[in-house]
Design a protein around this ligand. Structure first.
Ligand code: NAD
Length: 304
């Protein structure tokens, strides 16, 4: 199995907040990219910037590629992209990437997808002679720009070694966490912990403020004490107290991730009472907010 694969032909599908900087890192590392997103204007702009090919469908992007990377909102879009979309009765649907992938190719799903759906998709991709690796990321847009994301791999270790050069253009901390779907399970569980800490932090800030303690002072104390967490360190001052609410990670995506984690607990028959409360809070907040709402807006949503 070869491990020298600089200069791969990569189809990159999903060019949103995270996909754009990740694709840029791959272009800068010398890979030949073919780009697709449902936002055609973004595809045209980035193709010009990166010297990449602009595709008008996932299938067009994937033709001739040895690796297809998806960075889409959820399993729903990933399944549709890879497997295709069924048409209405009597109307042909859109074909999926799998219909044009050469045997021996790789699909790397870097989205935060549902691990149970990923397992099923990996099986279908394997039957078609290719390999799906789940490789979700953590670190938000700043680390996507720097190429310092942490990447959680589900699938065979040999697949990780085959893809390491490509993945290293986007992340510096690459973990093999288990078999198919394990990366996505890990990601959902990571975001559950992150989301629960955010809610606890925000609730504590509101209580403290009502008691007369400045939330900025509280944040400094947390960061010097045992309440320190990613929200106190990287979100409260930067995106909440500043009123900017522009971390680049949507509330709807966090709600999806916590829902996946709690769904997994249910599937596995594990009681997670706090997880259910947390998932309800995020789901209700997302349901009552525009899709563009940043997840740090939980600061005022929980108060109001
Ligand atoms: P985003 O909403 O900014 O981008 C999603 C992109 O996918 C958009 O450009 C959209 O046009 C495109 N898209 C949607 N449906 C499509 C389809 N059927 N075909 C082609 N393109 C389609 O989301 P994001 O913040 O970039 O997140 C992408 C994934 O990464 C999500 O699963 C998210 O949970 C995860 N994630 C996000 C962050 C973050 O900080 N934003 C961090 C880690 C992981």
């Amino acid at each position: 199995m070869t491990t020298t694969n600089a200069g791969e032909r990569i189809a990159f599908i999903g060019l949103g907040t995270m996909g754009q900087p990740m694709a840029r890192r791959l272009a800068e590392a010398g890979h030949a990219l073919s780009l697709f997103d449902i936002d055609a204007a973004v595809v045209q702009r980035l193709a010009q910037e990166f010297g990449a090919t602009a595709a008008t469908s996932p299938v067009e992007a994937a033709k001739g590629a040895s690796i297809v990377i998806t960075m889409l909102p959820s399993s729903k879009e990933v399944d549709a992209t890879i497997l295709g979309v069924a048409g209405a009765p009597g109307v042909p649907g859109a074909p999926g990437v799998l219909s044009v992938l050469a045997p021996g190719s790789f699909v790397i799903d870097m989205s935060s997808s549902d691990p149970m759906r990923t397992r099923a998709l990996a099986e279908t991709v394997a039957k078609a002679g290719s390999t799906l690796v789940d490789a979700p990321v953590s670190g938000a847009v700043r680390r996507a720009r720097d190429g310092t994301l942490s990447i959680m791999i589900g699938g065979a270790e040999a697949s990780l070694e085959r893809l390491r050069t490509v993945l290293s253009a986007m992340g510096t901390q690459i973990f093999h966490v288990g078999a198919d779907g394990a990366g996505h399970a890990m990601k959902a569980l990571n975001n559950y912990v992150s989301a629960a800490a955010l809610v606890a932090t925000v609730e504590a800030l509101h209580v403290g403020e009502k008691f007369g303690i400045d939330p900025a002072v509280m944040t400094k104390v947390f960061n010097a004490s045992t309440g320190k967490n990613n929200t106190t360190e990287n979100k409260v001052a930067q995106f909440m107290l500043s009123g900017k609410y522009d971390s680049g990670f949507l509330l709807a995506l966090m709600a999806k991730d916590v829902g996946i984690a709690i769904g997994l607990a249910e599937t596995l028959g594990i009681d997670a009472p706090m997880g259910h409360v947390c998932a309800d809070l995020w789901r209700e907040a997302a349901a009552g907010s525009p899709r563009t709402t940043d997840h740090t807006e939980m600061y005022h949503l929980l108060r109001d």
